[in-house]
Design a protein around this ligand. Structure first.
Ligand code: PAF
Length: 289
């Protein structure tokens, strides 16, 4: 695997592959890789001849109160994991390469509606930063397909919408969340948790499973989810975590679920120690519900 940080190097290598008629898959990351990221690389290999990963801790998607300087940077470890996963090329640009004019003078991509609620509300500007950097990385790598983890469910919808709205010719492949045996969704943020907090954090996914069971048991009037969500929020708070939000939404538009919606997603975020964790669960109501 080659590691390059310059745009010209990246373009040269990808151009050579293109001249050989090879297809390209892309896995954008912010590094500190875990098994969830590697599953994205494995998935990309199924859809393309060559796989490019990027590691870029994107300043545009961090809020003023979020500590980008302490975001874990583990390049040597990450490179080894990518080599083991047969990744072909790693792109590691600096902020100066991605944003040569600085953040304030950079053109940006704003995806309406799907960016608005949930993490978009808790982290103003976050999805603008994500959409802008992903759009830019797409233009640099020009892949055929790109893989994103469903742990960041709202992010996947934002990127899918951006690709549709801007006619970007890249297939977005959502990849199932990798979980610890406890059910805890794998995330770089889990590194901020103590062993005891990891046990507590697993109860976030357990609460989502409980909610899904309630939705599936047919006792809940469709669309009338407020009391249930209140109970779920209390369950999370009772563990010592602090619920940021928990909502039931239309799985594609992310608008609050109505009685007409059958494909739903439960979206949740909670603070556990120093970490803000997110998780989600898709639920398909059958006709009887
Ligand atoms: O999911 C992430 O790691 C980031 O949001 C992404 C997609 C790499 C953009 O910076």
């Amino acid at each position: 695997m080659q590691t390059v940080s310059q745009i010209a190097q990246l373009r040269t290598i990808v151009r050579q592959w293109r001249q050989q008629g090879l297809t390209v898959g892309f896995v954008p990351t912010m590094g500190n890789l875990h098994q969830g990221h590697i599953s994205l690389v494995n998935e990309a290999h199924k859809h393309a001849d060559k796989v490019v990963a990027s590691i870029f801790v994107n300043p545009m998607q961090f809020g003023a109160n979020e500590d980008i300087d302490n975001y874990p940077r583990t390049l040597a470890d990450d490179q080894q994991k990518l080599v083991d996963a047969n990744c072909d090329l790693l792109f590691t640009p600096t902020p100066e390469i991605i944003y040569p004019k600085g953040l304030d003078n950079q053109t940006y991509v704003e995806v309406p509606d799907v960016s608005a609620g949930y993490c978009g509300e808790s982290r103003p500007g976050h999805f603008r930063g994500v959409a802008t950097v992903v759009c830019k990385l797409f233009n640099l790598v020009q892949p055929d397909v790109a893989c994103f983890g469903l742990k960041d469910y709202q992010q996947v919808q934002v990127i899918q919408t951006m690709v549709e709205d801007l006619s970007i010719p890249i297939d977005i492949i959502p990849v199932a969340t990798m979980r610890e045996a406890s059910g805890l969704a794998m995330s770089s943020r889990n590194n901020y948790l103590t062993e005891q907090q990891k046990v507590t954090a697993a109860q976030l996914s357990q609460t989502l499973n409980w909610l899904a069971e309630q939705l599936n048991n047919g006792q809940i009037v469709k669309g009338s989810y407020d009391a249930l969500l209140e109970q779920a929020s209390e369950k999370i708070n009772a563990t010592g975590m602090k619920t940021d939000y928990i909502h039931i939404a239309n799985a594609r538009t992310l608008a609050p679920a109505t009685p007409d919606d059958h494909k739903l997603v439960i979206l949740a975020a909670a603070h556990c120690g120093k970490a803000r964790l997110i998780d989600n669960l898709q639920v398909e109501l059958n006709g009887a519900n």
